[in-house]
Design a protein. Structure first.
Length: 218
């Protein structure tokens, strides 16, 4: 029985390259490929793949929040992060969102296949460089050295609105995108600014980029 894979990455050349490589592998089927997190969630709902290979920095909905939705809405679907980011913040946020694997884009294709096999069996797969980050974070947590990040105070909807604001969307555009009223978006924005103690869209944009919710490339 084949493992059905969905690819989510905002770079077309990476999607095309991975699709071409994966389609040559026995026991692997590429169910689809999308360019942002929102479309990934929609396609998971439609196709129910076994595994999603998920980039982190994507427009409209980043990979961290997309992973959280997929894992919590579609029980049997696993997520493997495939990212350029190796620092603690991104790794911790993806694992906290429910990802079953985290590998770096600098890895060889064989490592991606190993991650797919491992996750398919119900285990966790981490790139060797990522393992040290996770262990260090765990030790800090045990010692009580960890401090709650301001971003963790935001609701899922507020994180979504923050990303879209940072990507230059107007209040009306955001309301249409997330299917709520303009007043609701305005209320979300006020709550975000209050919780983060940030009082301009420009500063919110800088914060969102720094925290990995979006990137200047999106």
């Amino acid at each position: 029985m084949s493992t059905r894979i969905l690819l989510a990455d905002d770079h077309a050349i990476i999607r095309q390259g991975l699709c071409a490589l994966l389609e040559k592998e026995p026991g692997v089927e590429v169910a689809g490929a999308v360019e942002d997190g929102r479309k990934a969630v929609e396609l998971v709902r439609e196709l129910r793949p076994d595994i999603v290979i998920m980039d982190i920095s994507m427009p409209n909905l980043n990979g961290i929040d997309a992973t959280h939705r997929i894992v919590h809405e579609f029980g049997g679907v696993k997520v493997i992060a495939l990212s350029i980011h190796s620092n603690r913040r991104f790794v911790a946020d993806m694992l906290r969102a429910g990802a079953s694997g985290y590998i770096l884009k600098e890895c060889l294709f064989d490592e991606l296949l190993e991650a797919i096999r491992t996750v398919s069996k119900g285990s966790i797969y981490l790139s060797p460089r990522i393992t040290g980050v996770v262990v260090d974070d765990y030790i800090k947590h045990l010692s009580g050295a960890g401090v709650e990040a301001p971003l963790s105070m935001l609701t899922e909807r507020e994180r979504e609105v923050l990303q879209l604001l940072a990507e230059g969307k107007s209040t009306k555009q955001i309301a249409l995108e997330v299917h709520v009223s303009v007043k609701t978006v305005e209320s979300n924005r006020r709550n975000i600014m209050e919780k983060l103690d940030i009082h301009s869209v420009a500063e919110l944009t800088k914060y969102a980029v720094r925290e990995g919710l979006t990137s200047l490339e999106c």
